[in-house]
Design a protein around this ligand. Sequence first.
Ligand code: DC
Length: 236
Amino acid sequence: MVEAQDKTPVLTVDGPGGSGKGTVARITAARLGWHFLDSGALYRLLALAAEKRGLSLDEAAPLAGLAKGLDVRFQGGEDGSEPAVWLDDEDVTDAIRTEACGSSASRVAALPAVRQALLARQRDFRQPPGLVADGRDMGTVVFPDAPAKVFLDASPEERASRRHKQLKEKGMDASLRDLVLEIAERDARDRARSASPLKPADDAVVIDTTHMSIDAVVAKVVALLAGAGFQDRMGP
Ligand code: DC
């Protein structure tokens, strides 16, 4: 089983919030017919579950325990749309997408015990015919042996403006000025933490998406995969 899983190809898509990685990873997975892991959603779900239970966001042991038993379900999304997300049989698709939840996720994600507790759950997503894994440490820690890795980045202004657009589309209130500050704060925490900090893997291809459309980034990523010899593992 382990051997079969190890041979399953993984494309890791890492980068900061607003770099386009979530959308690009989802669409690429749908195009290839591969599975999709939104690892950020797991940290967001943990933060939400902790808040619902009145747990402090800084206490590693209870949070790690909660992370191990988290009852989560992703539903749909095979066509590249955003999957519905369930926590304890409650639909939390929108609840986990607020900036407040993202910021809480970044706090719990700084705790090494929490990251360790979520490791096996993330690796379980590696199933044939392949996996596209979206996050901060997919290429460096969770799937270091992935045969294809990209790291997407964009200017801070562009990232804040994309996040602003995304939240508005979901009908959520957001001020662009607040978002610039929140994104800067979250990035600084994600990059500076000692456990699995946000950084490109040594063997990742870094793509600056500031002036690129989603389609152009997806095309580039798919071309990279084809160049890495995965034509036979890709869908039609
Ligand atoms: O990608 P996202 O915005 O949904 O992630 C929310 C937070 O979760 C992010 O600020 C840092 C954390 N995270 C992480 O530490 N490692 C990952 N692989 C994914 C997310």
